[in-house]
Design a protein around this ligand. Structure first.
Ligand code: FNR
Length: 209
């Protein structure tokens, strides 16, 4: 029997790495895996955005208006899908803020990832430095979902910050609607993660198309 391995992963076109001028603004595209109105992960995304340095800008992009991914649409993607791809392609870094659903990532987030990874040869994630954080009401604090997401992003050639990790369990009053953190130890823990993430994005210049 022929031993054949098949992978349909692709890394898109690969121009030379950007040489960003010192002091240039870094655009961080934030994908939040919950559509819930009062989502804790949305609050966490706001909180992390506030901890970024002045030369980093967080762009919270929408994924709630995307169609369900259908490979038949690859050659004629809806405007929302094209918008998603453009937003990701223009990013200097990606930030995934996700709940855990049934020990994995929510379908809405996987749907957005599938859309932006296609059509074949135009994977929008290729070379984008990514960070993953999450908050849940469960004791494992999204650890299993994050591990699944790391596997997906590795396949899509998006290098992810390995350490430190952020597995948060929501407690009442921890975060407010403006993204302020009402707990000193949580704020300083998240700031240390943001500092590592910022260094990671600066160290791995995103490939742009
Ligand atoms: C959950 N929740 C959950 N929590 C967890 O820690 N591990 C899990 O596997 C799951 N599974 C799960 C499945 C589904 C379908 C729902 C709706 C919820 C609970 C989850 O942590 C909680 O609903 C959070 O509030 C979801 O995050 P947002 O929406 O507040 O950001």
């Amino acid at each position: 029997m022929n031993a054949m391995t098949y992978s349909d992963t692709d890394t898109g076109t690969r121009p030379a790495r950007d040489e960003q001028p010192a002091g240039a603004t870094r655009r961080i595209v934030v994908l939040t895996g919950s559509l819930r109105r009062d989502s804790y992960n949305h609050l966490l995304a706001l909180a992390i955005a506030k901890l970024l340095p002045a030369d980093f800008v967080a762009q919270h992009i929408r994924i709630d208006d995307l169609p369900l991914y259908n490979q038949d649409d690859d050659q004629d993607m809806l405007p929302q899908a094209q918008r998603l791809k453009r937003e990701i392609q223009a990013a200097d870094g990606l930030l995934f803020v996700t709940p855990e659903y049934n020990r994995s990532i929510p379908g809405v987030l996987k749907n957005a990832i599938d859309i932006a990874s296609r059509p074949y040869g135009t994977n929008s994630f290729a070379g984008k430095p990514a960070g993953i954080v999450g908050i849940s009401i469960g004791a494992v604090g999204t650890a299993v979902a994050q591990q699944h997401l790391r596997g997906v992003l590795a396949y899509l050639d998006a290098p992810t910050l390995a350490q430190p990790e952020v597995f948060l369990r929501y407690t009442e009053g921890m975060l407010d609607a403006w993204g302020d953190i009402h707990n000193d130890s949580t704020r300083s823990f998240l700031q240390s993660w943001v500092d590592a993430y910022v260094a990671w994005v600066n160290a791995v210049p995103a490939r742009r198309r």
